[in-house]
Design a protein around this ligand. Sequence first.
Ligand code: A2P
Length: 344
Amino acid sequence: EELTVAVVGATGAVGRKMIETLETRRFPVKTLVPMASSRSAGKSVTFRGENVTVLEAQPEAFKGVDIALFSAGAKTSRALSPEAARRGAVVIDNSSAFRMDPEVPLVVPEVNGRAALGHRGIIANPNCSTIQMVVALKPIYDRFGIERIIVSTYQAVSGAGARAVEELMTLTRSQLSGEKRPAEILPVSSLPVHHSIAFNVLPQIDVFEDNGFTKEEMKMVNETRKILDDPEILVSPTCVRVPVVTGHSEAVYVETEEPFELEDIYGVLEHAPGVVVLDDPASQKYPMPADTEGRPEVFVGRIRKDLGHPRGLNLWVVSDNLLKGAAYNAVQIAELLVEQGGLR
Ligand code: A2P
């Protein structure tokens, strides 16, 4: 089967990785239709060594599209995903627009792939921090149950988009040369106050909610519950931006329901789909974003029992936020639809 595949947000940090992933995974694309804002219409992107012209994303552009991968922000998704679906496409949406909609499956193929087949035209790709955490925790959840998760993230700047990465570079360079340039984008471009990410960490990703948690943190709470289909599971996140370009890291502490032996944790993680265990303190082996960039898996290390709580477990979880956290997960969902007859 040869498909017409649209990528909306084709000029962005994630959109570019989506196109690259379609190519490296040899996804059966007959025609690639890259789309972005009117600002980018007429530019081109490279796919299989050829230049393909970027179109302005608008309803009529989705005629004949079988699969539409969206990563152009929630506003664009809200406006155009239903238009694409109405024209017969299956939308795989990387924005937050539809994730908590009860009619829209929220899918991580290794965790709840089957949910994808219940779609009504739109499937949501979860938040990057949530994806890598649930991939690592699912095998533990299935075997021992999980009561509670406490997670601190160390999130890369590329998750905030291509302009944020430019800001990291510019502010780092200017600080090294002794200038003092103001930040304009991070932590949240639409808010009046900005803080420099150069030689700094920002304990704010997205806007604050009334409960004192940020939107990013609440995504980790709510999306984890939906993906694991467990509305009771306790999740207590702190999301932090660090001056890393690509690769999110997470210090994850869980309390299981059943007691466990550490060797069983290694056992289930080593056999888990999409997980690579990298844990050898004696030779200083553990996952780091610099080593996992470009890899599609979720890496787990620093596996150890809590010192006090008998069912407490600590993990260090690292993955490429643009790949498993976004583009690769979306293309995996598309592959699942092709393999299991989930297209329309
Ligand atoms: P453009 O480059 O034309 O602005 P990032 O997450 O790296 O900031 O990328 C955002 C992506 O979403 C870009 O490809 C951007 O296109 C696209 N985009 C932003 N606003 C719109 C819009 N209103 N319609 C379509 N695409 C949009």
